[in-house]
Design a protein around this ligand. Sequence first.
Ligand SMILES: Cc1cc2nc3c(=O)[nH]c(=O)nc-3n(C[C@H](O)[C@H](O)[C@H](O)COP(=O)(O)OP(=O)(O)OC[C@H]3O[C@@H](n4cnc5c(N)ncnc54)[C@H](O)[C@@H]3O)c2cc1C
Ligand code: FES
Length: 274
Amino acid sequence: MNPYLPEKATIAEIREETSGARPIKTFKVVLHNGHAFNQKPGQCAMVGILRVGESMISIASSPTQREYLEFSIMKLGKVTSALHACEAGETITLRGPYGNGFPIAAWKGKNIVTIGGGIGQAPLRPIVQYILDNRDDFEQFDIIYGARSVNDLCYKSELFELEKRNDLKVHLSIDTADPDWKRFVGFVPNNVLRIKPSPENTIAITCGPPIMIKYVIHNLLELGFSEQQIFTTLENRMKCGIGKCGRCNVGNFYVCKDGPVFNYATLKNLPEFD
Ligand SMILES: Cc1cc2nc3c(=O)[nH]c(=O)nc-3n(C[C@H](O)[C@H](O)[C@H](O)COP(=O)(O)OP(=O)(O)OC[C@H]3O[C@@H](n4cnc5c(N)ncnc54)[C@H](O)[C@@H]3O)c2cc1C
Ligand code: FES
């Protein structure tokens, strides 16, 4: 079978997450063939539009949800702008799932802290939903998430609902003050230092802009986390998505196949990461 042959899917629903110069929309899509994607949290798919192109996008819906897939997409260039111009009912294409995903089964019995910034909450959302669907398998669960402004926060209403639950803690932040914002104001790495998650039996997963990831990891190490307890994702430019074209390689790894999830103990030795 041709591995580049995509499946057709219908956009069932489009939600506007953020507005502004680089808006983010979440697309709920249903595969025409009715097959489940059987993805793991942290895996991605090549999302495409015929005669325009394809982009690698994290699957933002829970692996426990088999009827549809969700992708939260920031409007940047050719493909993502064409996707943003689509309406519900239109057909797009999907290839995947690709990548290694988070080793979430191995985290059973542990405390989990997810640390996201901006669109970086998209690959973390399936972890959140997976843990909520299997709540007894995990101990303390903290969601740390921030964006530049209230307008730039993804999944706002979902996160505000989660704040009301007593079986997890949600710590939201924005970078600059807003008169209506009563939560933390400051950068995500500073919020991590303020919250001080305990490294005891804990896994920390961080996704977001590279500068945020760098300082979050620095602060986690300062709090006593070991390199093995910290996971993140890389977003190198990709073309084939299946380890053939060499576009995404870093050190000895193809990010599309061996990543995008990396443990910091591995990542810190890669030439492009400091
Ligand atoms: C593993 C992985 C997961 C991703 N998950 C998501 C996601 O969940 N949501 C989302 O919105 N985006 C995600 N991306 C980024 C997404 O693939 C790119 O934004 C998209 O391919 C841009 O395509 P385009 O044709 O619209 O832009 P292009 O016309 O190709 O480029 C427009 C601008 O975006 C920059 N750009 C393109 N691709 C990337 C990239 N990978 N990293 C940084 N800058 C880039 C270009 O340098 C250029 O400045 C992910 C990327 C990877 C590799
Ligand atoms: S995108 Fe082609 S090898 Fe990774």
